[in-house]
Design a protein around this ligand. Structure first.
Ligand SMILES: [Zn+2]
Length: 132
């Protein structure tokens, strides 16, 4: 079983009060137990200081809530615009492919265009719904 160093309390007290003696410093340099204790004490002190952070001002909290509400409103307002954008993109894609199919007189070109049309229509629909 590990036994704690007898100087541990002296080291921690020195850390708290800032009263280090040369002898204690020399001991700390060669004592792993005291070095560990000092490290843990530092973490605990830091955590305690963080927990004591001042409570947020009511005005600041209100401002943050306002900002969040405004952001939510903006996202809601944009939703129909995004839908129309998707529909327009789908129409444009279909129209382009339709034009190409209409302009090409050869049967092979029409077949290719039909294939492209199917792929484009599929991908447009997939694109429109995948961004939901
Ligand atoms: Zn020690």
């Amino acid at each position: 079983m590990k036994t704690m160093c007898s100087r541990e309390q002296d080291v921690l007290a020195a850390q708290r009060t800032g009263t280090w003696t040369d002898e204690l410093r020399a001991h700390l340099a060669g004592c792993g137990d005291c070095a560990d204790s000092l490290l843990v004490a530092g973490f605990l002190q830091e955590a305690a200081e963080t927990a004591e952070a001042p409570v947020q001002e009511p005005g600041f909290v209100w401002w943050k809530l306002q900002l969040r509400a405004r952001r939510d409103d903006a996202a809601r307002a944009l939703r129909p615009v995004i839908l129309v954008e998707r529909a327009a993109m789908a129409a444009l894609g279909l129209g382009l492919v339709g034009c190409i199919a209409w302009m090409s007189t050869e049967a092979a070109m029409a077949a290719i265009a039909l294939g492209v049309l199917s792929v484009a229509a599929g991908s447009v629909v997939w694109f429109a719904w995948s961004r939901n």
